[in-house]
Design a protein around this ligand. Structure first.
Ligand code: APR
Length: 249
């Protein structure tokens, strides 16, 4: 059975669950791709854990500042724009992302649930307070190596990236809201995610179990095990605008 785009027009509560594939067409390197070039000799475990930050804060901060610079140079693509447009077309939309960039927001989406945090909201490693100072101009790639993190204006602790590192819990209030939306929605679009990273990967599963229709949008065909599960094979930047046109013509 084919997915009928009219179901998008009929959705009362739509959840969009996005992953790295949505930003791929904006040329944002995925986590693993980001370990190329200057950083190719580094193990992710040396860059994305609290332990790594404790051992070499300047190395870790430098890597994330380089990634933030890559994001600031990028622009939202047709997939981000189509998702923002969908929010204007359906009665209710909850956008849950695993991405740490701000391209959904820059495309016009609001109230984005960032399950894995954000490159753009650093916080204090010691007291957890959000960083209130100005971040310096992002670095050029060739300068992107070790960089001393700024200090917390409250406790003078070191500022760390506001992302969820390996071994850290996801922000509980965001996870709770995401699970609630997945449990209540009638349609969930799972876009550009491999569905391998837990607990985020439970979100489409939960929606299916609660009786929602789940549509995967990915260049890699996804295995569908339930009658209400569909796989649309292709790039998010092509499939989403096409779905919008078909549903709201
Ligand atoms: N459109 C749609 N999907 C795409 C596109 C595209 N243009 N290009 C690639 N993809 C798909 C890939 O086929 C893959 O299934 O996007 C998915 C990306 O998978 P991952 O790199 O595993 O990204 P994600 O699912 O977001 O990973 C979750 O893992 O690396 C950690 O914390 C990081 O948030 C990330 C988490």
């Amino acid at each position: 059975m084919e997915f009928d785009p009219q179901r998008l027009a009929q959705a009362r509560h739509l959840v969009v669950f996005s992953g790295a594939g949505v930003s791929a067409e904006s040329a944002i390197p995925t986590f693993r791709d980001a370990l190329t070039g200057l950083w190719e000799n580094f193990d992710p475990a040396r860059l994305a854990t609290p332990q790594a930050f404790r051992e070499d804060p300047a190395l870790v901060w430098g890597w994330y500042e380089w990634r933030r610079m890559k994001v600031l140079q990028a622009r939202p693509n047709p997939a981000h724009l189509a998702i923002a447009e969908l929010a204007r077309r359906v009665p209710r939309l909850t956008l849950i992302t695993q991405n740490v960039d701000d391209l959904h927001e820059r495309a016009g989406s609001s109230s984005v649930l960032h399950l894995h945090g954000s490159l753009h909201h650093p916080k204090c490693f010691a007291c957890n307070r959000p960083f209130s100072g100005e971040l310096p101009e992002p670095l050029l790639p060739e300068q992107g190596c070790s960089l001393e993190p700024p200090r917390c204006t409250g406790c003078n602790g070191k500022i760390r990236p506001g992302v969820v590192w390996f071994g850290e819990a996801l922000p509980p209030h965001i996870l709770k809201e995401a699970f609630k939306a997945a449990g209540e929605c009638d349609l969930l679009l799972s876009v550009g995610t491999s569905g391998l990273v837990q607990p985020a990967a439970q979100i489409p599963q939960l929606a299916l179990e609660q009786g929602a229709c789940v549509v995967h949008i990915n260049p890699q065909p996804q295995t569908c095990t339930k009658p209400e599960e569909y796989s649309l094979v292709g790039k998010a930047g092509e499939i989403l605008p096409q779905l919008l046109r078909q549903a709201f013509a």
